[in-house]
Design a protein around this ligand. Structure first.
Ligand code: GDP
Length: 337
């Protein structure tokens, strides 16, 4: 399969763009592969495609979904996605899973997930790009969002796991951020990270079915109480708590109505554009930071000098601060010549 792909002649940028705009999934996938490539030629082509697609992007609702493994993310996204396509929407599901590059195995799992959504012609599912850093993975995902939107997907779902900084990255690329939780035995609020509560626009207590129904309702009350201790967000929104059973398809429509209402209100009050603009500025700075760091650390001369400075440090001959100044100075002077 891969060999066949490589042997095929690369279509032109114009051809890529035309096909993507016509909703061609094969070309969309191939363009995302270019975005994800580390080959500079592919990246150059990807950038040209992205520039041409940009005027056709943006017209979507971007929803982030997070939660610990086992909480029911893929089951929920499948139920939610099927509901959205039944409303005539086109749904793209992307993922941000930096773990796949760290432990060589992804937490979010593989293609066996979301079996029904995979076969839905109005759904497009793409696993997490791999990368050496979360910044890299997140940037590729942001670029893929643009391609999906240009291909006519008007609802973009970005899935991530409750691990490390990936939630922060996804939060800064979506319009609405949903946290999936499970009801426990009254200790719901323990083990919930403060930051994540502040990021969530809604908490959905999943697996509210069977014997768990009552616990889910109790958890809902407790989460609501906890969320009211936080000030409302800048747009006046207080995060909502809802219960759902992804497995039994319960509560899915209510969750969509809530998000839809949120988006409509935010568009009317102009918070929607403001948030996206701020996100774009954030990503511009992030990309520069990333590039600067990559250029610095990938420089062979710096690599060598860095090792020397490590030795000097170990021998107590220098301080971290003067070592850093020297390295930065070298990098600065190299650029001048
Ligand atoms: P993920 O790791 O967060 O993607 O979780 P999965 O969607 O793979 O679900 C983990 C397990 O929980 C699976 O066995 C699902 O069938 C089950 N599950 C997911 N949602 C529900 C639900 O609403 N109710 C019940 N009872 N089980 C669920």
């Amino acid at each position: 399969e891969k060999i066949k792909f490589n042997r095929r002649k690369q279509p032109s940028v114009t051809e890529f763009v035309e096909k993507i705009l016509s909703g061609d999934i094969t070309f969309l996938s191939r363009a995302i592969t270019l975005v994800e490539s580390t080959n500079p030629k592919h990246q150059q082509k990807a950038n040209e495609i992205l520039d041409a697609c940009l005027p056709h992007a943006n017209n979507s609702t971007r929803i982030g979904i997070t939660g610990v493994p086992g909480v029911g993310k893929s089951t929920f996204i499948e139920a939610f996605g099927k509901y959205l396509t039944s409303l005539g929407k086109k749904v793209a599901v992307l993922a941000v899973d930096p773990s796949s590059s760290i432990n060589k195995g992804s937490i979010l799992g593989d293609k066996t997930r979301m079996e029904q959504l995979v076969t839905d012609e109005n759904a497009f599912i793409r696993p997490s790009p791999s990368g050496t850093s979360l910044g890299g993975v997140a940037q590729k995902t942001r670029e893929s969002i643009i391609l999906c939107e240009a291909a006519g997907y008007n609802t973009i779902i970005i899935e991530t796991v409750g691990v490390g900084q990936s939630e922060t990255a996804v939060h800064s690329m979506v319009d609405f951020f949903l946290l999936l939780k499970l009801a426990g035995a009254g200790d719901e609020l323990q083990g919930i990270k403060r930051g994540i509560i502040e990021m969530a626009d809604a908490i959905v207590i999943n697996k509210a079915d069977g014997d768990n129904t009552k616990n889910a309702k109790i958890a809902k009350i407790e989460f609501n109480r906890a969320l009211h201790l936080y000030p409302p967000k800048e747009n006046g929104w207080t995060p909502k708590v809802m219960v759902a059973s992804a497995l039994e398809n319960k509560g899915i429509d209510a969750i969509y109505s809530m998000i839809d209402e949120y988006i409509t209100d935010n568009k009317r009050e102009l918070f929607f554009d403001k948030k996206r603009n701020n996100q774009n500025k954030f990503w511009l700075l992030e990309t520069i930071n990333q590039k600067l760091k990559d250029n610095f650390y990938n420089d062979p001369k710096i690599k060598e000098l860095l090792n020397n400075e490590f030795s000097e440090l170990e021998e107590g001959k220098t301080t971290p601060f003067s070592a850093a100044s020297r390295l930065l100075e070298v990098s600065k002077n190299k650029k001048k010549v």
